[in-house]
Design a protein around this ligand. Structure first.
Ligand code: MN
Length: 292
């Protein structure tokens, strides 16, 4: 086994609103200068913990399209309600995860759930965009929702708990189907605990620290920071400087050209123009009239 070192730490950027429900920092987005080390992940928006007052309004983001990739929403606090034109939808609550394959295209909306809006409270969420290999960009849309209690969990070492969201860890399986090799784990570490995480060779790996602070080699990664690792090596060794919570992303890079424009991520400019055309002519799914 050889250790992977951190090549760069991205800090939380200035926050911006997505609709009126999600105050996020885009930790990275398509065409980032380090995108070869981020692939297959295209974007990570982090809505760090924020308290929302109670309201009767629907806070969130209204109908908009996507094509050519997948959106993965992880609710850590609060509740997100989602509907899309392919018939997918549901409410994800604390610890639940939603995996929406936009594929050939759909339109959807994302709001705080009615119940959460009425009560108010703490809200924390991550939304990831996961690229699709060229051969799957126009696949049928798909919706997968998994509840907190359904995930497999393991105690990695003393004081270190792993929740396997996607992919696998050793003999333990994640809960989502993916179109390319991806592993996603939530890690919870007690103060001063240490973990060694084994990862497949020559894959990309990222860690978002949500709470606390960890050390990898000589580098400290604090809450709201995202560490990017080198591809070499097959082991990440980390030490918790205090009680910490992390999101770990790992995947085989997709070495294909990326053309992105707003909500569309394709392989060529021609495909982007086609996506815009299809959306404008109503061929990307209708909403809400096409819902059952
Ligand atoms: Mn969206």
């Amino acid at each position: 086994m050889s250790r992977k070192e951190v090549i760069e730490i991205l800090k939380k950027e200035e926050q911006h609103w997505v609709g009126d429900g999600f105050l996020v920092s885009s930790m990275f987005s398509p065409n980032h200068r380090l995108s070869e080390y981020l692939s297959p992940f295209l974007l990570l928006d982090y809505a760090s913990p924020k308290e929302f007052s109670k309201t009767n309004l629907r806070r969130g983001v209204g109908v908009h399209p996507h094509r050519g990739f997948e959106t993965v929403t992880l609710a850590y606090k609060g509740e997100v309600e989602h509907r899309d034109s392919s018939g997918g939808g549901g409410i994800i609550k604390e610890g639940d995860v939603q995996w929406m394959t936009a594929g050939s295209g759909l339109v959807h909306e994302e709001f705080h759930s009615k119940e959460f809006s009425n009560q108010g409270g703490d809200f924390e969420m991550v939304q990831l965009w996961v690229n699709l290999p060229k051969q799957f960009k126009m696949t049928e849309p798909r919706y997968q929702g998994v509840k907190e209690t359904q995930f497999e969990r393991i105690e990695l070492s003393d004081g270190v708990d792993m929740k396997i969201i996607a992919g696998s860890y050793k003999t333990h399986q994640g809960s989502f189907k993916t179109y390319s090799p991806i592993n996603i784990y939530d890690l919870c570490l007690k103060n001063a605990s240490c973990a060694e995480i084994q990862l497949p060779k020559m894959t990309n790996s990222l860690i978002l620290v949500r709470r606390g602070s960890i050390k990898v080699g000589q580098k400290e990664i604090k809450a709201g920071e995202l560490a990017i690792f080198e591809r070499d090596g097959d082991l990440i060794a980390l030490e918790a400087m205090q009680s910490s919570e992390l999101l770990m992303l790992n995947g085989e890079p997709i070495n294909e050209p990326i053309f992105s424009y707003g909500p569309f991520v394709m392989n060529s400019k021609q495909e982007i123009l086609q996506a815009i055309d299809d959306y404008n002519s109503g061929n990307m799914g209708k909403f809400p009239s096409s819902l059952p």
